[in-house]
Design a protein around this ligand. Structure first.
Ligand code: HEM
Length: 370
């Protein structure tokens, strides 16, 4: 089998083998450099000499980079502020979790659904058109869990994505021409922060943020429950340790990239203008020189100081602005699970589903009152 086919078939096994064979920086089948060495990853992400440019790749759209940088930073900060108040109340977390009670619930889809219900008001105001609400909900239940699968399934997802983008663009234009909504939502925030941007570019960034808030957050919680639900001593431990340890073993953002803007070297490798470099938190988080028993679930390891080889949200100037929010949400949800309920994982797959995100295998949770 060719290297490209082996990577496509099982990216995680491929990466682990190449890391063992070649070390901290190696070339992927598509000729892109993969960085698994934490010090070199920090050099790439902090990028003090601007080898990779001065704008965030997160805001790259088909219509150019939504910028300038001040606009990007404002969007990140305001999005976090908009979403954060939802978490403060444990009662809100309980309410969002309530529909999952009793019967075993199907994951990983339950994660994004739960996150969507939780942040719904902030994502899209109630006063927005009903069909837009409906398509967002379909994206969560049907459109995002896996980007792989049989061709009809992929076609349906691609169709859903296009439909969502068109409806969001229409809503942006409606609001730009003066339509009022009842309370500020994520879409409003983008329209106000980037008045120069076209509706199509704003819609793409909205979709990306929507996915971060629903899929990435939901899968992060899914991983924590999948690991914790098979572990007997779970109620004795602070949820913060469990969440961190599950992000270490299964970072939902398992690989993210940079594009060279100036020639430079990384370790012994040359990076030219336009060359892609991928940082791989999955391998960094299991680096045998940085972690004891790297493949073991050991939440106690988080009793100490933060770890330099831990980067589930990136690092440096473009690190995720939602990191503290995600952590708070996952901890609050896990706290409710461990305090109010007894939960265990029943009927589970063993292998992650690998797409743009690292998705937990299919599993069911048995939930009983404590
Ligand atoms: C588990 C959930 C999430 C994960 C794993 C995640 C991961 C990441 C990562 C790895 C980056 C950096 C990408 C890079 O360096 O190229 C990033 C950037 C970003 N994330 Fe998140 N994210 C999550 C949730 C969120 C949420 C809820 C928000 C909403 C506030 C958010 C907003 C952003 C923004 C605005 C950026 C770009 C930051 C900048 O360049 O200034 N993310 N995210």
């Amino acid at each position: 089998m060719s290297a490209a086919a082996a990577f496509r078939r099982d990216p995680i096994s491929y990466l682990r083998t190449e890391f063992r064979r070649q070390g901290g920086v190696f070339t992927l089948p598509d000729a892109v450099l993969c960085v698994a060495d934490p010090a070199i990853a920090q050099e790439v992400l902090r990028d003090p000499e601007h080898h990779y440019g001065e704008l965030s790749g997160f805001f790259q759209t088909s219509f150019g980079n939504l910028g300038p940088r001040t606009v990007q930073s404002t969007i990140g900060k305001q999005a976090r502020q908009l979403l954060r108040p939802q978490i403060a109340e444990p009662a809100t977390v309980r309410k969002a979790l309530a529909p999952l009670g009793g019967e075993a619930a199907g994951w990983p889809t339950a994660g994004p659904v739960l996150a969507y219900e939780f942040f719904r008001q902030a994502l899209l105001s109630e006063a927005s058109p009903l069909h837009l609400h409906e398509v967002l909900r379909s994206m969560v239940t049907d459109g995002m869990v896996m980007l792989t699968g049989p061709i009809p399934v992929r076609l349906r997802r691609s169709f859903l994505r296009q439909r969502m983008l068109r409806l969001v663009e229409r809503e942006i234009r409606r609001r730009q021409s003066g339509a009022r909504i009842d309370s500020v939502d994520l879409l409003d925030l983008l329209i106000q922060a980037a008045p120069e941007a076209c509706a199509e570019a704003i819609a793409e960034i909205y979709l990306l943020l929507f996915r971060s808030v629903t899929s990435a957050v939901g899968f992060t919680l899914g991983w924590a429950l999948w690991l914790a639900g098979r572990w007997e001593r779970i109620t004795d431990l602070p949820p913060a340790w469990v969440v961190k340890e599950s992000q270490r073993l299964f970072p939902t953002a398992w690989m993210f990239s940079r594009t060279g803007a100036r020639e430079h070297t990384l370790g012994t490798r040359r990076v030219g203008v336009g060359d892609r470099v991928r940082v791989c938190p999955y391998l960094i988080h299991r680096h045998p020189q940085c972690w004891d028993e790297p493949d073991m679930f050991r939440p106690e390891r988080w009793s100490g100081a933060p770890h330099y080889a831990f980067m589930p949200f990136g690092s440096g100037p473009f690190a995720c602005t939602g990191a503290s929010l995600v952590q708070a949400f996952a901890e609050a949800a896990l706290h409710v699970f461990t305090e109010d309920l007894r939960f265990s994982v029943v009927r589970s797959g063993e292998r992650p589903l690998v797409s743009a995100l690292l998705v937990p295998p299919r599993f069911w949770l048995r939930l009983d009152p404590a």
